[in-house]
Design a protein around this ligand. Structure first.
Ligand code: CP
Length: 308
């Protein structure tokens, strides 16, 4: 692998290799990740053209645990705001001997453009990791979600996984669906209002439900998604109260799932919109462990791309 741009098309063996490598970074008995010298002397540039709390910070921690130098470009204070093109910015950072770009961008395809440019300009030693592009893909979130599911459920081959909410605008949903189907999860469900469900889900092997009470029946894993208001036009946007009433995960609705079902959320969470606080803070929620696992998973991705 030179770049990680999407989970779509990534073979099962590659996904499992990333999850196994991530496990190798975690000490037995706890979730602490040790510092290793696998990327000593390498420079990782975090280019977040869109806001982030979890992804940017865990990439920074992961880079430091791999002993890389990490540079967080402050996009608002960079020359992008003076009209410099994305690829000119990349060329200038490459001239500073960047080894890896971690890119988040509101435009679907922006990390692909950078990867193509690096290939066209004969820089095969420079790697790109997609940290979320528009509504298209968020591969490291998909991988950390798979790590979390494997951690709690051990085996993918007998699970029913429900993804609930604004699936239309969700890059996480797309990456999760590709990962879950590649890993052989027998039943992946998408639950949401018609207006927030993309076409083509059935062709991806997903069972579609508009009734959350039917969709949650006997599931092992629930992945909740927020309303991605920033990617919606006014006409599509349901009111928060309306959405919570129809699709919010409440204690009563959670009881429809298997008693040992886990509740996941990529964050940021909107309490009282897609999830009730009692569920978000309850014993079945694994939302904060997801964040912690993201460090080891991002270490695995970066160290594999760097050739380890
Ligand atoms: N899950 C996720 O991408 O969160 P951030 O937007 O905070 O990075």
């Amino acid at each position: 692998l030179q770049h990680l741009l999407t989970i779509e098309g990534l073979p099962k063996a590659h996904i499992l290799h990333i999850l196994d490598t991530a496990s190798s970074f975690v000490s037995i008995g706890d979730r602490e990740v040790k510092k290793v010298p696998l990327m000593r002397g390498k420079s990782v540039f975090n280019l977040f053209f869109e806001n982030s709390t979890r992804t940017r910070t865990t990439f920074e921690i992961a880079s430091k645990r791999l002993s890389a130098d990490v540079i967080n470009l402050n996009i608002a204070a960079s020359s992008s705001s003076k009209g410099e093109s994305l690829l000119d910015t990349i060329d200038n950072l490459s001239a500073m001997h960047a080894d890896m770009f971690v890119v988040r961008h509101a435009q679907s395809g922006a990390p692909y453009l950078i990867a193509k440019h690096l290939n066209d300009t004969m820089q095969p030693h420079v790697h790109v990791v997609n940290a979320g592009d528009g509504r298209h893909a968020h591969p490291t979130q998909g991988l950390l979600d798979m790590y979390t599911i494997r951690h709690y459920k051990k085996d993918f081959s007998n699970l029913t996984v429900a993804i609930v909410g604004d699936i239309l605008h969700s890059r996480v949903a797309r990456s999760d669906i590709h990962a879950l189907t590649t890993l052989g999860v027998p039943e992946v469900r998408a639950i949401g209002p018609r207006t927030l469900l993309p076409s083509g889900l059935e062709q991806m092997g997903v069972r579609v439900f508009t009734d959350i009470n039917k969709g949650l029946k006997d599931v092992d894993v629930i992945i909740m998604l927020r309303l991605q208001n920033e990617r919606m036009s006014g006409a599509l946007l349901p009111s928060a109260q309306e959405f919570f009433k129809s699709y919010g995960l409440t204690t009563e609705r959670l009881a429809l799932a298997k008693p040992d079902a886990i509740v996941m959320h990529p964050g940021p969470m909107n309490r009282g919109v897609e999830i009730e606080s009692a569920v978000a803070d309850g014993t079945q929620a694994v939302i904060l462990p997801q964040v912690t696992f993201g460090i080891a998973v991002r270490m695995a991705v970066m160290s594999i791309l760097a050739g380890n």
